[in-house]
Every structure is written in C-alpha cells, then in structure tokens.
Design a protein around this ligand. Structure first.
Ligand SMILES: Nc1nc2c(ncn2[C@@H]2O[C@H](COP(=O)(O)OP(=O)(O)OP(=O)(O)O)[C@@H](O)[C@H]2O)c(=O)[nH]1
Ligand SMILES: [Mg+2]
Length: 430
C-alpha cells in the first residue's frame, strides 16, 4: 500500500510509478544515464505473443486492465480504491465517466519483503500493472447508443477486461435497467462486445476478399487471417466469444492487429454490499455471476467497491479494525490485482541486493536474455549468463553466498526459460 501511495501524478488522468534510479544485484554495472530509467523508457508488451519490445520514444505502459460494465455500477469507485490516490469522479448518475482514467498499481507480493529483509535492501520495488476506468456501456453501444463506439475503442486498447457487475441492493443508486439482474447485465455488455467484433470482422473480411497479396508470404498470412476470422465469425454468431474459438498459433498471430474485444480475457468483479462481504456466496446475484463465469471459463472476484473506497480514507491501523467489523481479514484489492496479473499471463522474477529488492514483470516463457532486457535493453544485447536461484531455495539458504555454497545457485545460458519467482543475477558485457 505504501508503495502504491508513492506513485505520483504526472499528466491529467495518468499516475506513474516512481522512477527507479539503480538496480541492485547486478554484477557489472553499466553507467546509467538518468534518462535510461526515465518514464520515457517504457516497455511495450505484445499480448498473445511471447515477445516484447521497449521504446525510448514515448510513454507506452500497455499492460492494461480495463474496468468495464454498465453505467453506475461502481467502476470509478473501484478504480479510485485500486489506485488508492486515484481521482476519478464517482457519482450516482449514469455516464459520470467519459474520458478514461488511468492509474498504475503495485502488485502485492509478500516474497518481496522476505527477500528485502534477507538482503538488507534499502528499498523494495514491486511489480506494477495499469488499470483503466472506462465509461459505462449500454445496450446498442456498438450502434452508437449511450456514449457509443468511441468507448468501445478504449476497451480495444486494454489487454484484459475486469467487468464490474452490480450485486448490491440499494434503492438510492440508479440502475440503468431499473432492476438488479447480473445475468442480464453481463449479457448486455458481452453482446455489445460481440456486435462490435462482428462489425469489425465483416469489414476486415470484405477487405481481405478484395485484396491481392503481393507475394506468396503475404498470401499465406492473409489466408491464415481469413481462416481465423471465418471461424470466429461462426462462434460469434452463436454468441460465443472469440477467445473460445480453436485457432492455431499462426492464426492467432494473424488477427492480433485487430485487437478483438471478445478475444481479451475477462474477470467478473461482483460488487457486493458491505453486509455480504463475509459470505458473498450466500448472495444469489453472486451465485449467478459465479455460474456464468464458470460457463465462460472466466475468473470471478468478489469485492465491495464502497468498502474498498472507504478503506482508503482510513489510517492503516484502523483499516484492519474496520475489515474485522465486517467479518473479513483483508481487503479484496490484493486478490483482484493478483488475479489480473495472473490472467495476463505474467510472471515475476526478482533482483535483490543491498541497494534494492525488486520484482520484474515478464511474460511466461521468456528466456533469461529477454528477462534481462526488461531491466535494460543493453542487458539483453550483452547477455552472457544468468545466475539464478529459486525463491524458496534462496530463503532456505538465507543468503546468496550460502545458496552458492550449497550449489543452489545455477549458472544458466541464453536458452534458459525463467521460472516464476527466480532470483536472478545477470552477467553481461556492453
Ligand atoms: N451501496 C453501494 N453503492 C455503491 C457501491 N459502489 C459504488 N456505489 C455508488 O454507485 C454510484 C456510482 O458509482 P461510480 O463508481 O461512479 O459508477 P461507474 O460505474 O463508474 O459509473 P459511470 O462512470 O457513470 O459508468 C456512486 O454513488 C457510488 O457511491 C457499492 O458497493 N455499494
Ligand atoms: Mg465511472
């Protein structure tokens, strides 16, 4: 939480992580100019592909989770709680949010403190994820109803979707359909996403049919795209999201550029009343969402946006008392953030030394040089070897020296696929 609060505001609607100035646990240091770690150095990840690139030209934090749902269901309230010092306007009228609010949030990880203590680090830097609070969607949005198409395009830019579903009764809070019905609310949102994808796919197929590929390679690519889109079109027509369509890796890659909305992984966020927080499954609305999430092979997290937002107003010691009075031990935000992180297929590895202990985010399947490149592109280019020890082994050994003595520290080459929780030391030459 403290780390979350340390984020500072830069431009309107954007909160950024404080800029790291040094890296602990790296044998050979390269002279880093201050600009090397400025916010202008951003990592651009490609969802669905095991690759990434970094860009020195503009801020491009694209590991994004978009908060979507009907108007007035608590999206901005949740956003403000997740981002903690978020300042999205949350009020009891539909379409309160128009422009998306963006905030970066620390991923809570108890391993970070353990490593930090063992290495007597001066500071700890958690991994982070970006949340985007998007305007409410209504029936017909894909045809321009409500705030319309523009807001569907904001969803197109995110990597995963957190769909907030109202599961609390409160006659004072307007529901756009006049009654609480999670199944129907979820259907409305999902159908709009399906319609928007259908529209996009039909246009794209038309274009592909007219296209004359320049060479055989382009033809193979276009054929893969056509085949993927035809399969998805059939599923969408049956009301099934694109992510359930069986596609080859090549087909998936060929449609990546379309950023289809129903291709994105979804977590349903059941927003319950504070009185239901202790035993949410007793609430029939929550049970409906659970059943639906299961059918759709999606995740579900139960939360009370109202409680979470009230918690952020309280001093830390009073938060525990407040949660206990509601019959729960911890805030639901940690769960939500962790679920989102894992949904994005992300993994964490650590660097740990006297200066700092830090969690770095990689995509599952990344090799040691690629993981090193997340710290700095030079580390990837000049990669020689990585010394790695599993988190558990590091803790058992108690120190790097002891891990080395016990033979738990392994020397790995370019092909090494980084494991979740590896503590790593890179050797490189620049
Ligand atoms: N009782 C109760 N009220 C809530 C809860 N979450 C949000 N609200 C209230 O619902 C109203 C709408 O909340 P917002 O967070 O602005 O909703 P939104 O989904 O962002 O709405 P739009 O931006 O208009 O789409 C506010 O008055 C909140 O205080 C909750 O868990 N319980
Ligand atoms: Mg809002």
């Amino acid at each position: 939480m403290a780390a979350t609060r340390a984020f500072y505001r830069t431009t309107t609607n954007q909160l950024l992580n404080p800029v790291p100035d040094a890296i602990g646990f790296i044998h050979k240091r390269i002279p880093l100019q201050s600009s090397s770690f400025s916010p202008h150095l951003a990592f651009r990840w490609q969802w669905g592909k095991r690759s990434y690139s970094s860009s020195g030209s503009k801020i491009s934090m694209s590991l994004k989770a978009g908060i979507v749902g009907l108007p007035n269901v608590g999206k901005s309230t949740l956003f403000n709680a997740v981002v903690e010092n978020g300042k999205a306007q949350a009020a009891n009228f539909p379409f309160c949010t128009i422009e998306p609010n963006v905030g970066i949030v620390a991923v809570p990880d108890p391993r970070l403190n353990v490593l930090s203590k063992l290495c007597k680090s001066q500071r700890s830097v958690p991994a982070s994820i970006e949340f985007v609070d998007i305007a409410g969607l209504v029936k017909g949005a894909s045809q321009g109803e409500g705030l319309g198409n523009k807001f569907l395009s904001h969803i197109r830019e995110v990597d995963s979707i957190l769909q907030v579903v109202r599961c609390f009764d409160d006659n004072d809070i307007v529901h756009v359909s006049g009654k609480i019905d999670p199944r129907s609310d979820i259907d409305v949102i999902n159908l709009e996403l399906v319609f928007s994808d259908l529209d996009q796919i039909e246009k794209r197929l038309d274009k592909l049919k007219k296209s004359k590929a320049k060479d055989s390679q382009s033809k193979v690519k276009e054929d893969a795209e056509k085949s993927a889109l035809e399969k998805i079109l059939k599923d969408l027509t049956d009301g099934k999201p694109a992510r359930t369509t069986a596609l080859t890796d090549y087909e998936k890659e060929s449609i990546h550029h379309l950023c289809l909305l129903t291709m994105k992984p979804v977590i349903y966020v059941a927003n319950v009343a504070e009185s239901e927080l202790a035993e949410p499954s007793k609430n029939s609305y929550v049970r409906d969402v659970m059943d639906l999430a299961k059918e759709m092979q999606s995740g579900i997290v139960t939360i009370s946006a109202q409680v979470e937002s009230e918690l952020t107003e309280l001093p830390h010691d009073e938060r525990i008392e407040y949660l206990k009075s509601l019959g729960v031990d911890e805030s639901g935000l940690g769960n939500l953030i962790r679920a989102t992180y894992s949904l994005l297929g992300l993994r964490t590895y650590f660097t740990s030394g006297e200066k700092e202990t830090r969690a770095w985010t990689i995509l599952s399947g990344m090799t040691a040089p690629q993981a090193a490149g997340v710290i700095h592109s030079d580390f990837e280019k000049g990669f020689i070897r990585a010394e790695t020890v599993a988190y558990k082994d590091f803790v058992t050994a108690g120190s790097l020296a002891s891990a080395r003595e016990k033979g738990l520290l392994k020397s790995e080459g370019k092909e090494y696929i980084v494991n979740e929780g590896d503590v790593m030391l890179f050797r490189f030459n620049v």
